[in-house]
Design a protein around this ligand. Sequence first.
Ligand code: HEM
Length: 395
Amino acid sequence: MAGPTGIALWFTRLHMRQSEFMANPYPLYRQWLQEHPRWEVDDGEWLLFRYEDVRRVLMEPAFAKGEPWTETPPPDFAHLPELSPSMLMQNPPDHTRLRGLVSQAFQPRHLERLRPFVTDLARDLADRIRHDGGGDLVSQFAFPLPALVIAELLGVPREDHGQFRQWSQHIARLLDPSQTPEAREKAVRARWELLDYFHQLIQAKRAHPGDDLLTELIQVESAGDRLSPGELLSMALLLLVAGHETTTNLLSMGTLALIEHPDLERPRDHWHLAVEELLRYTSPVQLDARKTVAPVAFDGIAVPEGSWLTVVLGAANRDPAVFSDPDRLDLARQPNPHMAFGRGIHYCLGASLARMEAEIAFPILWETSWSLEGTPLWNENIVLRGLTALPVAPQ
Ligand code: HEM
């Protein structure tokens, strides 16, 4: 989900305060979609807003990921293998091979195994906020839930869940560009500590296999091919990085959207359609990026090979050409072909897990209604837009 380097400079170029944009990017998206839906913001750097253009970029092989990179561990962690590029960074055939191996391990039975864990955890976290008469929905619910679900999915022993949660907390700061250099340094160290922990866990699971995804990833084999130690480590980290903050942001932004629409009737049992609409409406991954590996054209507008295209999923998910009354939250919207999980070969591997978590968490949370008890705080991450605090109280 990394973008071209220049994209963080948007706001400087546009002379706008980032905080204003983070709180509500949608009016500007609409304006840009109408005024210049294919916008060359800098030499060879494009922004695309239309649903059809975004879909095309994600689906066609002329648009690819940039150069993948490996990472050598720092001296303190020299015993770890070199970290292979994750599949999120890779193009075919390397992507096809990794995704093929990993998909074999990522089976529906792992999701079913997690269902009671997610239910108990969601209930416990929600009850604690209710019992205290209110709290911060981000730090007390939306953040810990997906972190601990990934820990459980991978087979992290329960006694290590607290430590895993702390590492996740530090690592999440790596995604926030507004961090101080000291916090960044701490976050980088936490990331290597977590990788070291995964490394030891992988060795333990090789000796004593468990009924978990990490064991499955170690054992998976196709035509004599297996994941190398560096690929295993990188995959475990990718699952945490790709699956944590995104789900946290869906849960917190989704809750805020529901609080802001008190007159909307909540679904009674079937939250399936409501979750799809919250995914569309909040678009936790706002931007994605690809590089052209051949010259292409959009309705006669030529885009040369080697250009960076940033596709704005948040804008595509509100394109009036596809969604009627797109800024309206319609919890029963059908059809709802949103692209919150992307499209094409990189389509979110964890989409079923994220849906399951949301379809369990929202109904448990919304057994009571909630009111806002202060101002929600937005992060400054234009790729993974989300809240850093959401003060709420049960009504
Ligand atoms: C609401 C939650 C989530 C959202 C909105 C989301 C969104 C996305 C998007 C848009 C992509 C495509 C990126 C691209 O094309 O460059 C993606 C890929 C991916 N996601 Fe998710 N994701 C979510 C949850 C999860 C979870 C829970 C996991 C796993 C635990 C996960 C694992 C992955 C992986 C491994 C990829 C890379 C797939 C590939 O490169 O083939 N995601 N996700």
